[in-house]
Ligand binder design. Structure first.
Ligand code: SF4
Length: 173
């Protein structure tokens, strides 16, 4: 188990830090390409992503931090899930090696406008947002999931859905 401290931005939540027993440098790009809403900094050696309002950051050194976590039990559950994810990324690396850097470039360049251009643009609000542009912003920020846009699943939108999915999640682990 790791260290627990209080979140600076929300005193009702905890910050949890754990340490893997190995370097995670080779799996960062794999996690980035698998997690649709992840951010990746090669310079800082870290990948971060949001999961149900929790923010997880994985460092190349093996350090793992989670903020906005409810309590220690939730932290333990989240770490266990992350352990499974990291093990799958390690297996992916053993089988396939490092992913093509072009996939990272394409994902990084995905703009709000490109997302918006590939949404149904009916402003139906089924996703819970006021309009498609708001959804595009929140999706790009990692605060929404592509699955929340149900109209995108219709056969007439399959090409757009595939393009967005393949850009945001080009590998499966
Ligand atoms: S559900 Fe899809 S089509 Fe409807 S407002 Fe949200 S993003 Fe636009």
């Amino acid at each position: 188990m790791g260290e627990v401290s209080i979140c600076v931005a929300d005193a009702d939540k905890i910050k949890f830090i754990a340490q893997a027993d190995r370097s995670l440098a080779e799996v960062l790009s794999i996690l980035y390409l698998y997690l649709p809403n992840a951010n990746y900094s090669e310079g800082l050696g870290m990948v971060s992503y949001k999961q149900n309002q929790r923010l997880a950051t994985v460092f190349s050194t093996g350090k793992i931090s989670m903020t906005y976590v409810k309590d220690k039990q939730e932290a333990e559950r989240l770490v266990e899930e992350l352990r499974g994810l990291i093990n799958r990324a390690i297996t992916y690396h053993i089988i396939h090696g490092s992913p093509d850097p072009k996939l990272i470039d394409v994902k990084r360049k995905l703009s709000v406008k490109t997302v918006y251009d590939n949404l149904p643009r009916t402003n139906c609000k089924e996703c819970g947002e006021d309009n498609c542009y708001a959804f595009a912003i929140r999706l790009t920020n990692g605060d929404q999931s592509l699955d929340s846009c149900k109209p995108l699943l219709s056969t007439s939108n399959i090409g757009k859905a595939t393009l967005l999915r393949n850009t945001m999640q080009p590998i499966r682990i």
